[in-house]
Ligand binder design. Structure first.
Ligand SMILES: Cc1cc2nc3c(=O)[nH]c(=O)nc-3n(C[C@H](O)[C@H](O)[C@H](O)COP(=O)(O)OP(=O)(O)OC[C@H]3O[C@@H](n4cnc5c(N)ncnc54)[C@H](O)[C@@H]3O)c2cc1C
Ligand code: SF4
Length: 333
């Protein structure tokens, strides 16, 4: 059994206490959401933090609010996945988000796991998500501060896999994310939050944290997310496809945005596949085939999570075509 290293925990109740805790912290720290991933990582000695700053009690970070007039949903970073999936505004306007959440881990984990933690989830790799004693058997790789990649020898960079299920779908809905650092805040498109680096997947500086996300014009878009995993009951994605397009009654893909999951170190926004699909009918098999091929060409999985890379690439095309077939048959959710 892996033991947790000793650590201190701060539990601020508001932003002032939180900012004071950050400023006063002289040791290496990590923010704690629900802890469903971070605590496992600490047991494996992946993070050297000796202080955890819990965000769970910070008032205002755990709220969901919907403005009917602007059709705008604001989701606090410590909202749990279970709470978000049960939000009436969301389930009415974008049922796909609840479907995506239902594919994450299992109910007891979703009851603790937060939206902020999902957006900030670390990238994954078979050679990285192991105990410290296991990792000592291989050369120290880029993600642990070394100069090699054990999964892809010869690679000039870490290619650990982006594995959070919510961000790709939220990016297709043009979500924005609000970041706080001290008393300052900034809001940016969620797509710009990710760096593409396997070592450091997002732009957050050590003292910055997520306040929440905003979704605008929820009712104007249709969205879907489909994921391939080995165990249907509980597993990280091995490939995923998120798609959103303007709500219209012509059964056409209008202004589609397509984002792939788990085939790169960040969510992969596809321009060519979206171009192939734009304005085409749900049952236009030639356009769907062309878009599926463009999606498969963009996916660059390597052998560092379960399942073979060529199969994950193939599954991208399959998931995509399955989605289109469901739309054509009016069976999407
Ligand atoms: C068995 C199992 C299966 C899983 N399956 C899936 C899956 O299928 N899909 C999936 O997406 N995830 C999966 N997960 C991972 C995890 O449970 C979820 O991603 C969850 O949403 C993480 O949220 P959390 O609040 O627990 O994050 P934590 O573990 O608390 O934190 C994760 C990271 O985010 C940082 N962080 C948290 N909140 C903030 C914030 N507000 N600002 C800045 N940084 C922050 C932490 O410092 C840490 O680096 C699984 C986990 C387990 C144990
Ligand atoms: S992809 Fe390579 S560098 Fe990155 S964690 Fe895996 S083995 Fe290490």
């Amino acid at each position: 059994m892996l033991k947790l290293p000793p650590f201190n925990i701060l539990r601020p109740r508001n932003r002032d206490e939180l900012n004071a805790g950050i400023t006063g912290c002289k040791d290496e720290f990590k923010f704690l959401g629900g802890g469903t991933d971070l605590i496992n990582g600490m047991k494996k000695r992946l993070y050297p933090a000796s202080v955890l700053i819990s965000l769970k009690r910070v008032e205002s970070l755990g709220s969901i609010s919907y403005d009917e007039n602007c059709d705008q949903l604001k989701i606090g970073a410590t909202t749990t996945l279970t709470e978000l999936a049960a939000s009436p505004a969301l389930t009415n306007a974008q049922p796909a988000i609840a479907t995506a959440i239902a594919s994450i881990a299992a109910p007891p984990i979703r009851n603790r796991a937060t939206v902020g933690g999902n957006l900030c989830l670390d990238t994954r790799c078979y050679y990285y998500n192991q105990s410290q004693s296991w990792r000592k058997l291989a050369p120290v790789c880029y993600k642990c501060g070394g100069e090699v990649c054990n999964a892809a020898p010869g690679s000039k960079k870490c290619r650990a896999v982006f594995s959070a299920d919510l961000p790709p779908l939220l990016i297709t809905l043009q979500a924005e994310v609000t970041i706080a650092g001290g008393s300052k805040t900034k809001t940016i498109p969620l797509a710009d939050f990710y760096t593409g680096s396997g070592v450091k997947p997002n732009i957050l500086q050590q003292d910055e944290y997520l306040l929440g996300i905003t979704l605008n014009h929820l009712k104007n878009r249709n969205s879907l997310y489909r994921k391939f995993r080995l165990r249907k009951a509980l597993d990280f994605p091995l490939a995923g496809v998120a798609l959103a397009f303007d709500d219209n009654h012509n059964r056409k893909f209008v202004n589609p945005i397509i984002v792939l999951n788990a085939v790169a170190s960040s969510p992969l926004v596809l321009s060519e596949a979206a171009r192939q699909l734009d304005g085409k009918k749900f049952n236009d098999t030639d356009a769907i085939q062309a878009a599926a091929e463009a999606a498969m060409a963009a996916a660059k999985p390597i052998a560092n999570i379960g399942s073979k890379p060529f199969y994950r690439k193939k599954m991208i095309g399959m998931l995509f075509k399955k989605m289109a077939a469901e739309l054509a048959a009016g069976q999407e959710a």
